[in-house]
Design a protein around this ligand. Structure first.
Ligand code: IVH
Length: 670
């Protein structure tokens, strides 16, 4: 006997509840109750049923964790409550200061403090409406982040549905456990791909991946540790809040301690220092928070960070290794920078084999010699550096390093610039400078030519194909095919990407020019302000100074750049090959409302979207969805088996879109 839809619905609900529960036991509590095989069979049954009855699919079904279409990009999201960052404490005295300050500001004595590991990953905020995950966003600059919902939904330990129907915005840290990190890097190594430097970069890069299927494979995890808003009564303390999170199924770190005195805090810190290398995830310190949330308003915040919390940073980690060699790089501005080549050494979980030596003075002052045992320091985000040489360990074979007086790339004299402590190559056509300029020109924040990176640029220079950026636009298929590792397909893709880059908005071109002191943000501001390259080229000092963050130094750098004959020639040549020099606003505000005021009606069965997801998409672009067709309707989206609405639309002359038309329209406008 065949089952009624009601029965199917019930079975589906039953399966979803069971799957959610077991997923929670496995991913959040780390205590699976059933075998992987049993879990898979529940999930497979649900998938089968949903395939047969697609109208019963809901966005919060456990089958919907992984979307199957790559995203076009990420929409910007404004945080209702800004996501602040934390102030730092580096030693006992800082911890005491934080504590007494909090006591003073709150007017309370004997504050309780919660001590939590500070996970090194990527901050996110996740919104639940009546217990259903509706949106996840990155922290961004604290005020505006990016909507990464589709990616965050793939993280198994983040519930799609809470165990309580809370309407809440929570904050947490997405991270990549060491186990996933090592596994991924091993695979990348086998495939000759660039390795992730550390789990933080890996997590951040993954969350910003455009293909949620890749995110799903990367095995991210997440701990929640803060509430940004809650409909209903707020928990009174941080510990109560963590208990509420646990009840709701949100994963919280189990290594959290409640301390009653400063001495206890210090003891907990010391305890952590001794076991800091043994956690399954990367963490770079501890977060100390006043337990009593009711005091937070009174204690207050600066515009950057709360005064009711601080981050205790572990001292940087040092390691001793051998300095094998010093090599010189010549950057795109011609500056010679020394890099230490080291015998590889492990520091806070990553292998370090290069470190910066800053400049000639640094090497001299610290008397660093080739062959020395050196102390290498790596702190947080900073590039590893050589702290000192262990002179006691010298064996007599160490060699002093003489900074070159000629550029190692072109043999030209170097110029010692006193005011900058920088040594530059005097040759503006130095091959290293040219190469670095080209690499910068095609890089992501500049012209963004996919498929053209350091190794390709180098190969093309060596083959005599590239000298100036204009040459990129004159590359021919037949020139590229003979090069090693350039197959038919990759050459086609590359030529397409080059062609595409001609249409970039002005800010990309400004960035690509590599004008001194002009980074990505200023490039954007300049493009927005001047609208065309011609306007920018003619800008006077006064006009430039009107722009935020442009002082005289920067304004003169811009004017100098545009007055050089070399720059003039380059820009004319770029215009000749068809590079766009105008500004088109691609900001979210403009894109978001691209379907503003447009009225849609949906009918028939769509294959790629459910009714809900199509509606969501239209609304996210500013349009509205109505149920009936009228003269006011702008578009009828007609899927399979469209019936009377389609007829009505035709009779009223309303524009009818197929699913593919709709896809194009929405995709283009996103
Ligand atoms: S509480 C007002 N607790 O550290 C800020 N933050 O600089 C409240 N982080 O990116 C944050 N582990 O995402 C808090 N247990 C923890 C944390 C933590 C990591 C991150 C946070 C932010 C950064 C703060």
């Amino acid at each position: 006997m065949s089952k009624s839809v009601g029965d199917i619905h019930k079975r589906i609900e039953q399966l979803r509840t069971a799957i959610n529960k077991h997923s929670y036991y496995y991913h959040v509590l780390d205590r699976p109750e059933i075998s992987d095989g049993a879990y898979d069979s529940l999930l497979n049954e649900l998938r089968r049923l949903e395939q047969e009855y697609p109208e019963l699919i809901t966005p919060d079904s456990p089958t919907q964790r992984v979307g199957d279409t790559p995203l076009q990009g990420f929409n910007k999201v404004r945080h209702d409550v800004p996501m602040l960052s934390l102030d730092n404490a580096f030693d006992e005295a800082d911890v005491k200061d934080f504590y007494t300050k909090a006591e003073e500001l709150s007017g309370e004595n004997d504050l309780q403090i919660v001590v939590e590991p500070k996970i090194d990953g990527l901050a996110i905020s996740v919104s639940y409406e009546n217990g259903v995950l509706v949106r996840a966003a990155t922290r961004g600059n604290g005020e505006i982040g990016e909507d990464v919902t589709a990616n965050i939904k793939t993280i198994a330990s983040i519930p799609l549905v809470l165990q309580k129907p809370l309407s809440v915005v929570v904050r947490g840290e997405v991270f990549m456990p060491w186990s996933s990190f090592n596994e991924i890097n091993q695979k990348r190594e086998e495939n000759n791909e660039k390795l992730f430097a550390n789990p933080r970069n890996a997590a951040a890069g993954t969350v910003r991946q455009l293909d949620p299927r890749i995110v799903a494979q990367r095995k991210l995890d997440c701990f929640f540790f803060n509430i940004l808003s809650l409909r209903g009564e707020m928990p009174k303390t941080q510990m109560d809040m963590l208990a509420l999170f646990k009840e709701a199924g949100l994963k919280v770190n189990n290594d959290i301690k409640l301390c009653d005195t400063v001495d206890e805090i210090i003891a907990v810190i010391n305890d952590w220092e001794s076991k800091r290398d043994n956690l399954p995830y990367l963490f770079d310190g501890l977060v100390l928070k006043v337990n009593n949330k009711e005091l937070y308003d009174k204690i207050g915040s600066t515009s950057h960070h709360p005064r009711w919390a601080t981050a205790y940073k572990f001292p940087a980690e040092d390691a001793v290794t051998r300095l094998l060699d010093i090599v010189i790089n010549v950057g795109r501005t011609g500056v010679l920078t020394p890099t230490a080549i080291l015998e590889p050494v492990q520091i806070s979980g990553t292998t370090v084999s290069r470190a910066t030596l800053h400049n000639e003075d640094y090497i001299k002052q610290k008397d660093i010699r080739i062959g020395d045992h050196v102390v290498v320091r790596k702190a947080g985000e900073v590039i590893p550096k050589i702290e000192s040489a262990l002179t006691d360990m010298r064996e007599g074979t160490e060699q002093e390093y003489n900074f070159p007086s000629e550029c190692p790339f072109c043999g030209s004299q170097v110029i010692n610039s006193v005011e900058e402590v920088a040594i530059r190559c005097s040759n503006q056509f130095c091959p290293s400078v040219i190469r670095e300029k080209l690499i910068h020109f095609v890089s992501r924040s500049a012209m963004d030519i996919t498929g053209l990176g350091t190794s390709q640029v180098t190969a093309m220079i060596e083959a005599g194909l590239l000298e100036t950026p204009v040459d990129i636009y004159n590359l021919q298929k037949d020139d590229l095919l003979p090069l090693e590792r350039f197959g038919e397909k990759s050459v086609n893709n590359l030529l397409n990407a080059i062609e595409q880059s001609k249409h970039n908005s002005l800010e990309k071109l400004i960035m690509a020019l590599g004008i001194r002191h002009v980074g990505a943000r200023l490039s954007r501001d300049l493009a927005r302000h001047f609208k065309s390259l011609a306007n920018l080229q003619q800008a006077s000092l006064e006009e430039l100074l009107e722009i935020n963050d442009v002082g005289e130094k920067v304004a003169y750098a811009i004017i100098d750049f545009f007055s050089s004959s070399q720059a003039k020639k380059l820009l004319n040549d770029l215009i000749d090959v068809g590079v766009n020099t105008g500004y088109h606003d691609t900001s979210f505000a403009n894109r978001q409302l691209s379907l503003a005021g447009k009225q849609f009606v949906l009918t028939g069965k769509l294959t790629k979207y459910t009714r809900d997801t199509a509606k969501e998409l239209i609304e996210s672009l500013g349009g509205t969805v109505n149920s009936g067709v009228s003269k006011k309707t702008d578009y009828l989206v007609a899927g399979e088996k469209a019936g009377s609405k389609l007829e009505k639309a035709r009779s009223l002359g309303v524009k009818v879109l197929t699913e593919a038309d709709f896809d194009n329209l929405a995709g283009e406008k996103q």
